[in-house]
Design a protein around this ligand. Structure first.
Ligand code: AR6
Length: 181
């Protein structure tokens, strides 16, 4: 686990399962446009939340790349799920701006809803094909840029499933936020 304090916000990278983050107010779903159960993150979150999550999502769909919407967390141990539709790499353009918008819009929803902690997966870096190095750079750079403007959110966690993805996020956080103590 690597952790840095950026403008009073704890930004950290851990290896784990996004559906098993009981100490966080919200977890972020790497959603599909229809906000239905899917593979990867959208499978893990919907399975753990139960069918009530899909029901709550139905009237909010479809969403556009870069957009985020918030729901309850149902059977997950969190208060909310924030659903982001990442860009499909090589198809939704400009991919870097759309991916940054996901993180920005998710943090903005967290602020509006009085949340203090948010856990993100590596949005778009699975089925949607975004290469992990630029995906990590955009994710961390955007959160670090937004940190200065956050007043309620004080804890942002990136939850990486695979060891390789974790290593890239870990290295990128050290590069962007300093070597630490
Ligand atoms: N916890 C944390 N990270 C995970 C988990 C998990 N339980 N499972 C996978 N990852 P993806 P996308 C990692 O495919 O690329 C879905 O089917 C994974 O290794 O979940 O935005 C939806 O229905 C990868 O690094 O999201 C959409 O159609 C990252 O999370 C589409 O895929 C994101 O992988 C969204 O694709």
């Amino acid at each position: 686990m690597t952790s840095r304090n950026v403008h009073g916000v704890t930004v950290e990278c851990v290896r784990g399962d996004i559906a098993d983050q009981p100490d966080m107010d919200a977890v972020v779903n790497a959603a599909n446009a229809e906000l239905r159960i899917g593979g990867g993150v959208a499978g893990a979150i919907h399975r753990a939340a139960g069918s009530g999550l899909e029901e709550e999502c139905r009237p909010l769909a479809p969403i556009r790349p870069g957009q985020a919407v918030i729901t309850g967390a149902h059977d997950l141990p969190n208060r909310h799920v924030i659903h982001c539709l990442g860009p499909v790499y090589g198809s939704d353009e400009p991919a870097d701006e759309l991916l940054a918008s996901c993180y920005r819009n998710a943090l903005s929803l967290a602020e509006q809803n009085g949340l203090r902690s948010v856990a993100f997966p590596a949005i778009s870096a699975g089925v949607f094909g975004y290469p992990i190095e630029p995906a990590a750079e955009i994710a961390l750079r955007t959160v670090i840029e937004e940190a200065e403007r956050l007043s309620g959110v004080g804890h942002v966690r990136f939850v990486l499933f695979g060891e390789g993805d974790f290593e890239v996020f870990d290295r990128t956080l050290r590069k962007l936020a300093g070597a630490g103590d």
